[in-house]
Design a binder for this molecule. Structure first.
Ligand code: NAP
Ligand code: MG
Length: 403
């Protein structure tokens, strides 16, 4: 079979543990036999990050800025136990955090829907995509336990030496607690732009919810900045058939549960943290949740939302069979390839990625799936595929001629 030529490079970021093993199988069996593709390879495996003093992560992020499209395997974010396990020079930062700050990106999580893997919420038929603002609010807060009566205030000291602004928070008569938090107009604007671009590229409606009835200034500021960005993208949104809805956050939650799905739900940082876990669980398995980092200037990095599946890796190292779901990792590849094809104007590359996605879904519909899906499949299936068996089943279907 003649391979399809991909015009421009894709940046490949390799990773750790079970997902690294799956990654190699996907590349060897599902991608490279069909596509002639220039992969700019960066090894973000724990050992190599340590050897390069984490420079490889920065280089990989810069390569995504240069070439526009990247695909990333899950990686270990080291904690104290990992520092010992890998004898690390230091507890390196989360690679995803580093890449996110270099690309100034917003993360979108989107579930893969398969008919025989029904979501816990019966009404959901289409993906609910969550866009989480990943800067500020309680994640960059300052807080204080109050242990005696007294007055807590917010003080703003202008850099230009003009008069301070002071707002009383609460006059404490006894013990209590207080918190200060912030966000920046620039970050909120980037977030709104990324959400608008992503809604247009996915052709789905855009919802944004906040609590501006209670927080008239803080949440109201988010609402207004978002509305301004939507207004300046009016024509592009209309051209793609995308409607924008602003709602109170509690109304948004109720509407999402009742809806058939099919929207991008833009969330403030805390709402996105909480709601993305609710939506992921509602749709079934972490093995079906994809994730993409989008920068305001249109650079994309695709990955699975799950981690390195450490428990399965240790079984694998003991020589035991594993049944690890590779679907979200496969869709990271197809997402990157389809985006590359779209940016390059090569529809045959896009079709090649779409065909792989359809074959993966058909394989599950035919009852071939890993254990995490078998446990929730309807109708029930009585046998699960091992890690490599699933990938092989997809590969053998891929080799069949296109009818
Ligand atoms: P995890 O890798 O997401 O796995 C947690 C559990 O979820 C697994 O033990 C497994 O459950 C289930 N699971 C997740 N993905 C699965 C898949 N593809 N197929 C089947 N089951 C799946 O989280 P973790 O084990 O807590 O974290 C491991 C490492 O991943 C950590 O070092 C963490 O830093 C890193 N991490 C990386 C990223 C990233 O790179 N984006 C994200 C999250 C975590 P059962 O054990 O019940 O089978
Ligand atoms: Mg969370």
């Amino acid at each position: 079979m003649a391979k399809i030529k991909v015009l421009n490079p894709i940046v490949e970021l390799d990773g750790d543990e079970m997902t690294r093993i799956i990654w190699q199988m996907i590349k060897d069996k599902l991608i490279l036999p069909f596509l002639d593709i220039d992969l700019k390879y960066y090894d973000l495996g724990m050992k190599h990050r340590d050897d390069t003093d984490d420079k490889v992560t920065v280089d990989a992020a810069n390569a995504i800025r240069e070439f526009g499209v990247g695909v990333k395997c899950a990686t270990i974010t080291p904690n104290a136990a990992r520092v010992r396990e890998y004898s690390l020079k230091q507890q390196w930062k989360s690679p995803n955090g580093t890449i996110r700050s270099i690309l100034d990106g917003t993360v979108f999580r989107k579930p893969i829907i398969i008919k025989n893997i029904p979501p816990a919420v019966k009404a959901w038929h289409k993906p609910i995509i969550i866009g989480r603002h990943a800067y500020g609010d309680i994640y960059r807060n300052a807080e204080m336990i109050i242990d005696r009566p007294g007055l807590a205030e917010i003080v703003f000291t202008p850099a230009d030496g003009s008069e301070k602004t002071i707002v009383a928070i609460h006059e404490f008569t006894g013990a209590g607690v207080v918190m200060g938090m912030h966000n920046t107009e620039k970050s909120i604007r980037s977030f709104a732009k990324a959400c608008i671009n992503y809604a247009i590229s996915e052709k789905v409606d855009l919802w944004f919810g906040a609590k501006d009835t209670i927080s008239k200034q803080y949440h109201g500021f988010f609402r207004d900045v978002f509305a301004e960005e939507v207004n300046s993208a009016k024509e592009r949104l209309a051209g793609a058939g995308v409607n924008y809805r602003y709602m109170l956050i509690d109304d948004a939650v109720a509407q999402v549960i009742k809806s058939p799905g099919g929207m991008l739900w833009a969330c403030m940082n805390y709402d996105g943290d909480v709601m993305s876990d609710m939506v992921a669980t509602g749709f079934g398995s972490l093995g079906l949740m994809t994730s993409v980092l989008v920068s305001p200037d249109g650079k994309y990095e695709f990955e699975a939302a799950h981690g390195t599946v450490m428990r399965h890796y240790y079984e694998h190292l003991k020589g035991n069979p594993t049944s690890t779901n590779s679907i979200a990792s496969i869709f990271a590849w197809t997402g990157a390839i389809a985006k590359r094809g779209e940016l390059d104007g090569t529809p045959d590359v896009v079709s090649c990625a779409k065909r792989l996605e359809e074959i993966v879904i058909q394989t599950v519909l035919d009852g071939i799936m890993t254990k995490d899906l078998m446990l929730i499949a309807e109708p029930a299936v009585n046998k699960y595929a091992l890690t490599e068996e699933f990938i092989d089943a997809v590969a053998s279907r891929l080799k069949q001629p296109i009818s």
